[in-house]
Design a protein around this ligand. Structure first.
Ligand SMILES: NC(=O)c1ccc[n+]([C@@H]2O[C@H](COP(=O)([O-])OP(=O)(O)OC[C@H]3O[C@@H](n4cnc5c(N)ncnc54)[C@H](OP(=O)(O)O)[C@@H]3O)[C@@H](O)[C@H]2O)c1
Length: 288
């Protein structure tokens, strides 16, 4: 398992949060870009060791080198396609072979598809469900029992503001994020008193490649006001605090909090009628 370059002189270890154990080692999926890379930077800044997972090994190695040089961290890299059925298991087996224990799991990797359901390939949906739902569930299932044995653990599941309502034109994506939010809330109650806490991060639009790609193909997306688009660094900083304090749901940013609250206090028929009206105006509903 490759490591990013170390800086030669190491600083003294920071005080521990977990008694005898050092600050927990964090596994971040989708760490090569966007919110995942910022989450990795945030955990490294606070002195955690890391395992960085995504497909782009070169980007992961560059990030690991950056983190090891800037902070007193040991960042390991595992390149894997997590949309493949054996992806998460192969990562966990590599960790076991090297005796690496994970105290904090960040299930961040995810993809989106925008446009009419009927115009999208079944393979694309399969990939989205495999990554956004199956990989996240598999990592949680593999790593949670070890956290329970040690009576400490944190799981950060990256959902979305899309989790709070159906979104015509992003139907499978919104449904996958509703799954993530529901799973997180169930586990949060199941795990009370165990020392393991689970957090759902529900960002609205955030300035990453995901949004850049949607914007590149859509004038509707380009016309969205910039105050609605969050800075991934700020999202990651808030997510770190929520994860470590064991908060169950985090919706970063006031406009997103208002939108999430609106979707929860109104009847479902009204919420889907409004999102349906909005989606039908968007240019991505016209053609792919
Ligand atoms: N940006 C937003 O507006 C927004 C809003 C709400 C929620 N989110 C959620 O936030 C999470 C991160 O999104 P982002 O905006 O940061 O996206 P991004 O910039 O596109 O980054 C996605 C990350 O996932 C990895 N990834 C994609 N497919 C993968 C696969 N098959 N196997 C392993 N890793 C894979 C990518 O790395 P490789 O390509 O190297 O594999 C990359 O590191 C997602 O779950 C997304 O749904 C984003």
């Amino acid at each position: 398992m490759p490591r990013g370059k170390k800086k030669p002189e190491r600083k003294a270890k920071k005080p521990t949060l977990m008694g005898e154990r050092q600050l927990g080692r964090v596994l971040v999926t989708g760490a090569s870009a966007g919110i995942g890379a910022e989450l990795a930077r945030e955990f490294a800044k606070h002195g955690h060791h890391l395992v960085l997972v995504a497909r782009s090994e070169d980007k992961l190695m560059a990030l690991a080198g950056e983190l090891n040089a800037a902070h007193d961290t040991d960042a390991l890299v595992i390149a894997a396609d997590l949309s493949l059925p054996e992806g998460p298991k192969s990562v966990v087996e590599t960790l076991q072979e090297h005796g690496v224990e994970i105290d904090i799991l960040v299930n961040n990797a995810g993809i989106i598809d925008v446009g009419p359901f009927a115009d999208t390939d079944a393979e694309k949906f399969q990939q989205m469900v495999s990554l956004n739902i199956a990989a996240l569930t598999a990592f949680t299932s593999y790593l949670l029992p070890h956290m329970l044995e040690r009576r400490f653990g944190r799981i950060l599941n990256v959902a979305s503001l899309a989790a709070f309502q159906p979104i015509p034109s992003m139907a499978v994506y919104a449904a996958s994020k509703a799954y993530v939010l529901s799973l997180t809330e169930s586990l949060s109650e199941e795990l009370r008193g165990t020392g393991v806490r689970v957090t759902a991060l529900c960002p609205g639009l955030t300035d990453t490649n995901m949004v850049a790609e949607v914007k590149a193909a859509s004038e509707t997306a380009q016309s969205m006001p910039s105050f609605l688009i969050s800075d991934p660094k700020q999202v990651a900083a808030q997510a770190y605090r929520a994860t470590m304090s064991g908060q169950t749901i985090l919706v970063p940013g006031l406009p997103n909090q208002v939108a999430a609250a609106w979707a929860q206090v109104n009847p479902r028929w009204l919420v889907r009628t409004v999102t349906g009206f909005w989606a039908r105006q968007a240019d991505w509903m016209k053609a792919k």
